[in-house]
Design a protein around this ligand. Sequence first.
Ligand code: 1PR
Length: 574
Amino acid sequence: MDFAVVTLLDYGAGNVRSVRNAIRHLGFQIKDVQTPKDILNARRLIFPGVGAFAPAMDVLNNTGMGEALCSYIQNDRPFLGICLGLQLLFESSDENGPVGGLGIIPGVVGRFDSSHGFRVPHIGWNALQITKDSEILDDIGNRHVYFVHSYRAMPSNENKEWISSTCNYGDEFIASVRRGNVHAVQFHPEKSGGKQCWSFSIEEVFASKVIFDRGRLYRSVLKGRHRNLRRGDIASLQVIACLDVRANDEGDLVVTKGDQYDVREHAEQSKVRNLGKPVELAGQYYNDGADEVSFLNITGFRDFPLGDVPMLQVLRCASENVFVPLTVGGGIRDFTDLNGRYYSSLEVASEYFRSGADKISIGSDAVHAAEAYLKTKVKTGKSSIEQISRVYGNQAVVVSIDPRRVYLNDPSDVEFKSIKLTSPGKQNFLVQMEKNMPGINARQTEFCHNHLHPGFSADGGLLVINGGREGRPIGAYELAKAVEELGAGEILLNCIDCDGQGKGFDIDLVKMISDAVSIPVIASSGAGVSEHFSDVFSKTNASAALAAGIFHRKEVPVQSVKEHLLKEGIEVRT
Ligand code: 1PR
């Protein structure tokens, strides 16, 4: 029946699957907009958007949907815009622009100013300052909601009658607007923690009263890293659960976990470790309070991801029940299949987005792109990072870095940036490479030793690709800077030496990289106890910390990590 139908405007870019799942989860049917007439005839319309402003406006202008949308909104018909669905209501955006918007709300959408020391994109969980009554914000209180964006609209005298809430992230920006039946939010209710955050009341005329769980209000004592900030200026720091996924020897897709990237059992030599089923574990970590779940298809470098139906299926199923952001990586690059058909990395990423990913993560291909860029200093616009960020926005592109320490006698021996370790490690690079990286043979090792010395540690660090099988002549620092310039929105910083060791994150590495770039950095590899999370948050500028083994082996649940962080005065979402 019509009262249970929501009309969805999906212009073909961005992850609309998560919004679809959230709407269905609440018992609504979805009618997709096919023509401008569907907009004009809608009883209630939702316009979600993750992506870049200009391509979205192109579609709206070229299909006549923009005009229909303006007419629908000007007639005060029930509307909910999400993220880009809010930004497009403004007059214009600076994103690859200026580009004209729908012009319904006065103001220009501009980029966050990173000179305040805040990382751009703004990715994470924040509290809102509610400025006027808005049904969709009823009960939200001080609850954190999830944002992911590089651009924002600012309050002004001209648009103040629209504003229903603001948020602080360096600047005060508009978090939501409301006029009559028209609502739009910059945050993602569908990713802000589940049904309790996104519940439609059918009795309402619009049936889109988004009710936020009153939840347990959290007011942290601000200290440590947050000492000088006011509440509301703070994006809470995130705890991420990571699932390394691959087919085991029986051909089943399993969650596995390596020691320094070796995922085979030591006892049963050849068996791939099986730590559980990807969809089940993702659901469990979501219920446990993880702020994000990452899937890394660790053999994606050698397979064609679009042929990997089980992996895409995992994503589809996980996104039906996990209402926090999902990141997916592995194999995102240009590809030519056995029939000679060429797929661009953008096509590969688009399939991941359509299957439920909110962000994609690029590993090996980012190294190739950075090497080419550093050689020529020319942005060709053709790398996977550039192609995907142009269409989906920087915030949707994570670069996963896999560095390995290289110990040097004299840092001046190398052309890449190296740092002095605060706690020195093993000194024999050759032994370590041969022992732990069976994929690197003696000749390659010698080559690495003589020529690659990129790095980060006492000396140096080597970057590897293809799951650790190949070293490349580029340092972690140089790679991070280059991918930021190419348009990556976030860095997932692994460390092969620390992976699976449970001895703590590589603080020196995380500090070096998080100080070098202005995009958010996720610290990864080595978490063994809750204290390792407070350690990395208090000693570095990481925005998030990721762990795998301790969660899979149920040694430390996500909740315990968060309770510990709260006790230490570190702001996290509860
Ligand atoms: O190169 O674009 O195909 O992407 C491949 C992706 O798979 C990259 O993100 C790369 O980091 C990842 N990967 C490849 N091989 C492995 C492996 O383990 N053999 N895993 C691998 C990366 C590291 C983290 C791990 C943390 C935390 N695993 O994902 O989850 O180190 O672990 P811990 O808390 O247990 O210490 P492409």
